[in-house]
Design a protein around this ligand. Sequence first.
Ligand code: NDP
Ligand code: 2IT
Length: 450
Amino acid sequence: MEFKSAYLQGVYDTVCKRNSGEPEFLQAVKEVLESFEPVVAQKPELVEAGIIDRIVEPERFVQFRVSWVDDAGKVQVNRGYRVQFNSAIGPYKGGLRLHPSVNASIIKFLGFEQCFKNSLTGLPMGGGKGGSDFDPKGKSNGEIMRFCQSFMTELCRHIGPDTDVPAGDIGVGGREIGFMYGQYKRLRNEHTGVLTGKGLSYGGSLARKEATGYGLLYFTDEMIRCMKNESLKGKTVVISGSGNVAIYANEKATELGGKVVAMSDSNGYIYDPKGIDLAVVKQLKEVERARIKEYVNRVSGAEYHDGCRGIWTIPCDIALPCATQNELDADSAAVLIKNGVMAVAEGANMPSTPEAVAAFQKAGVLFGPAKAANAGGVATSGLEMCQNSMRYSWTFEEVDAKLKDIMINIFHNAFNASKEFGSEGNLVMGANIAGFMKIADAMLAYGVCY
Ligand code: NDP
Ligand code: 2IT
């Protein structure tokens, strides 16, 4: 028995049987079900109504062929996905990931987590996720465009501004959203808020690009202030990744007085004891789409090391994994703890393995789980939807202030739920339960209709 509750064990056994061979999805479900032990003990009406049996099964899962023609005139075939996981509290909402590792397991784990995250924002958004095993690395602009257009040609029949609203994730930024939005508009002859992360000239929101990274730091700042009476001032920070989330996490961490000394990509990491020069990273990653290794040719005194896991051996006060799932394992957690890390907050989705999370919690390291800590991106997507519905736009300062408010609320809601359910300070449990309660409430109201 992995669970104390026989009911939860039964739910998990069924999920394992139905989704065998999908380790990331099972990992995400197991963590959430573990958090629900006190919920099933205190709220039998949720068990009675089968709410937990239902939330672990996606409402809809679409898989499709994406054919496109490369620059050499050769036909290429990729696999596209969209999981529409739960729409109890709003239209499905969640990003699109383009990476060769994408498969059903990855999309389902991301879609499952998105339900709780979106609920935590307090905005009316259900959970979804999509993507493809298309590899954007080394592709020309024209190839990216043709892929995105072909992908949207199928996806457009499943989405809509009140049905399902995709956005970016790994491999999908402003350029890709532009190609996809243009194709949707052409196919449907509609200008609606069907995607978020759009360019500012066609309905995007100010501060969406910065939102996940900034939000991560607003959350981290509140967590260390409330739980350790500390601030970011003078703290050494290590951030994995060098994409959208990592770059703006660096920007806000620096603004709040921290010193970011390391960043990475899938090949290796850079260490700059003076503090990373973010303008150089932005130029390399946002403009040139180059490798992080190139940083050491432009900044003296910096080091480059092959392999991404070594980044966790650098002593730091605050570690922010912002690259990908399971990038921080038990061995890396042990080194971080030995080096005196004070707080870990997840910018990426599920970057810490379950063993790493357990090690941080056991050692008393503050731990901000992804569903809470990186919710600023989708929260600002929700604000973009709101502005699109009003056909109006807020200033950067207005959006940023709302984002900060949302992140501070998320921390307190997760913290309060952890206290209410008997594990004060366990933000994994708190975030899972707080996110779940609103969804459960809506599903109870609907009866057993789906
Ligand atoms: P980007 O594509 O902008 O950047 C991804 C970064 O992570 C790159 O540095 C990339 O390196 C690295 N990376 C990706 N895959 C791997 C891998 N398998 N091993 C090691 N490094 C890897 O994506 P984002 O910054 O948008 O996303 C980063 C994480 O944050 C993801 O987990 C995503 O789900 C999550 N997230 C994103 C949000 C958003 O708004 N964009 C919101 C909330 C969470 P390389 O260039 O070498 O591939
Ligand atoms: O994981 C995430 O929350 C995202 N990739 C952002 C989703 C969104 O709809 O903005």
